[in-house]
Design a protein around this ligand. Structure first.
Ligand code: DU
Ligand code: SF4
Length: 223
């Protein structure tokens, strides 16, 4: 575990989220009653040499908050890791626990808020409090050249991340859209609908659509 990982997983800065992540970890969901929940902040995961960064919203209560790995253990993650495998970024199509052998190549996955929020909705204060962790994470990922922003929240988080890291605001403010690509220094933004069930069950985001975005990210960094 890196120093940053050690520090972030000990963070207790947001009282509401600390209470929620720990309550969920105590009460559990019946299907996971035998499991020890992680119940702490979730560090990012992947290849430290990654040129592609995937930026999500926040851990799911019974997904990453249970397993301790970003996007791991829920349907959004199942959808995402299958796509990462099809497009060559992951060595296996599933991610089920912190020690399941998953390895990513040229890709790092993280979330803008690191603790599971009630109703998947962090407050603006919680969102802003967590941002410096991602700024520091980016400092440890010097090769990142494109950020795949999952949903409007991921897109806005990426814009905040830029300014928090000392880069000038982009004018006019780029608007989120699925497939929107905004090249900028030091990294581009690439918009993608979030692989949440409300998008994947309704067909708003299909596997080919997600594959296409991930392939474009790969082509962007290796033209
Ligand atoms: O709160 P806001 O004005 O929507 O800005 C959010 C975020 O987006 C801020 O960190 C700067 C960035 N941003 C930008 O890049 N370009 C703009 O024109 C306005 C805001
Ligand atoms: Fe700390 Fe982020 Fe969790 Fe808030 S959401 S307690 S800042 S890790």
């Amino acid at each position: 575990m890196s120093d940053l990982e050690r520090e972030v997983t000990a963070c207790r800065a947001c009282p509401r989220l600390v209470a929620w992540r720990e309550q969920v970890a105590r009460e559990k969901r019946a299907a996971f009653a035998d499991e020890e929940y992680w119940g702490r902040p979730i560090p990012g995961f992947g290849d430290p040499d990654a040129r592609v960064l995937l930026l999500g919203l926040a851990p799911a209560a019974h997904g990453a908050n249970r397993t301790g790995r970003v996007f791991t253990g829920d349907r959004s993650g199942d959808f995402l890791f299958a796509a990462l495998h099809r497009t060559g970024f992951a060595n296996q199509p599933t991610s089920v626990s912190r020690d399941d052998g998953l390895a990513l190549t040229d890709c790092w996955v993280t979330a803008a808020v690191r603790c599971a929020p009630p109703a998947n909705k962090p407050t603006p204060a919680e969102r802003d409090r967590c941002l410096p962790w991602t700024v520091r994470e980016l400092e440890l990922l010097p090769r990142v050249r494109v950020v795949v922003c999952l949903g409007q929240f991921g897109w806005d988080a990426a814009l905040r991340l830029r300014t928090a890291a000392g880069h000038a605001p982009l004018r006019p403010k780029p608007r989120f859209a699925h497939g929107a690509l905004v090249d900028a220094d030091p990294w581009a933004l690439l918009g993608c609908f979030h692989p949440s069930q409300q998008n994947t069950f309704t067909g708003r985001l299909t596997p080919p659509m997600l594959d296409d975005v991930l392939r474009r990210a790969g082509e962007f960094v290796s033209p």
